[in-house]
Design a protein around this ligand. Structure first.
Ligand code: TUI
Length: 317
């Protein structure tokens, strides 16, 4: 499957792994890159020196392109932005903000820059700022989200920009991939389905929650303070939602949730952890090796996209 994304990144399959904070380490990133996609190391959850080690480790685990995701709300963003250049990271994706001021230096260093955007307006700004592509992330996704669905955001951004568009949020099989390709996307970013991979180093409680989750098992916390985060419903999410109804401040919410993602990923703390996860978890039922996930999704998408309408149960005319 060749698209402008496979050509831009020099990869076999147009699949990017989400830069999941505390989750996406060198091992997961290298597994995705070795499978023919583009793996990402999360730059959002550790000091710059730890990220430097992770980048160097990934280089020992794969000779294929990989990237780093920079969560722009992080206080050490400036330092991480420089680190990308020092370590010659091939691909940088960004989330949770506007990376405009970093783009010129990254481009100068030959880095491929792919911001996550939650709206048409930001997609157009990123194109003008020199981004190579954009990732449109619908509110079906896990973690920090915008307010528009993948189904609505993808075609609107595809129509608004000329650079290639990668769709994220709600995709975990070949049907989802084929669907966003029909909307004009040229790549997919997958997060939740990689939580349920053998190479994903999260606590087993987290994986089991993903496998057990039904379609309606996620909640959005932080909406009331303008920081919506999708996670699996548990004691913490219910407590936050209750506190939000009584009008909690951003500071109160932050002090309440600080460390909650780490508690989920490392401790598997079912009551006090924030198990960030997309709505598509209801369709994820088994733990598989990364390469099996990538090949199954792309193989199924290819078959669907190539199949005449009749084979898909659609009679034309
Ligand atoms: O960034 C994500 N997902 C994340 S980051 C994260 S870590 C975290 N921990 C605790 C609280 C909050 C976050 C977990 N999941 N996805 C990409 C994404 N970017 N989603 C939404 C956006 C976004 C939002 C606003 C991107 C740009 C933006 O721009 C606003 C502006 O400045 O124009």
């Amino acid at each position: 499957m060749t698209t402008r994304i496979t050509q831009l990144l020099g990869i076999k399959y147009p699949v990017i792994q989400g830069g999941m904070a505390w989750v996406a380490d060198a091992e997961l990133a290298a597994a995705v890159s070795n499978a023919g996609g583009c793996g990402l190391i999360a730059g959002g959850s550790a000091p710059a020196e730890v990220i430097r080690e992770q980048i160097r480790k990934a280089k020992t685990l794969t000779d294929r392109p990989f990237g780093v995701n920079i969560m722009l709300m992080n206080p050490n963003t400036e330092e991480l932005a420089r680190l990308m250049i020092e370590e010659k990271v091939p691909v940088v994706t960004t989330g949770a903000g506007n990376p405009g001021k970093y783009i010129p230096a990254w481009k100068e260093a030959g880095i491929k820059v792919i911001p996550v955007v939650p709206s048409v307006a930001l997609a157009k700004r990123m194109e003008r700022a020199g981004a190579d592509a954009v990732i449109v992330e619908g509110m079906e996704a896990g973690g920090h989200i915008g307010s528009i669905t993948t189904m609505c955001l993808t075609p609107q951004v595809v129509d608004a920009v000329s650079i290639p568009v990668i769709a994220a949020g709600g995709i975990a099989d070949g049907r989802g991939m084929a669907a966003v390709f029909m909307l004009g996307a040229e790549g997919v970013q997958l997060g939740t389905v990689f939580l349920a991979s053998e190479e994903c180093n999260i606590h087993d409680n987290y994986k089991q929650l993903v496998l057990k989750a039904k379609d309606t098992d996620s909640a959005i916390t932080g909406q009331s303070i303008g920081l919506p985060v999708r996670c699996i419903k548990n004691r913490l999410s219910r407590k936050i939602n209750e506190m939000e109804k009584t009008g909690m401040s951003a500071e109160e919410l932050e002090s309440f949730t600080v460390g909650s993602l780490r508690r989920a990923v490392q401790d598997g703390d079912l009551e006090n952890g924030s198990f960030m996860c997309g709505q598509i978890a209801g369709m994820v039922h088994e733990i598989r090796p990364v390469c099996e996930i990538v090949e199954a999704i792309c193989g199924e998408a290819e078959t669907l996209l190539a199949a005449p309408a009749k084979e898909r149960g659609v009679t034309l005319g």
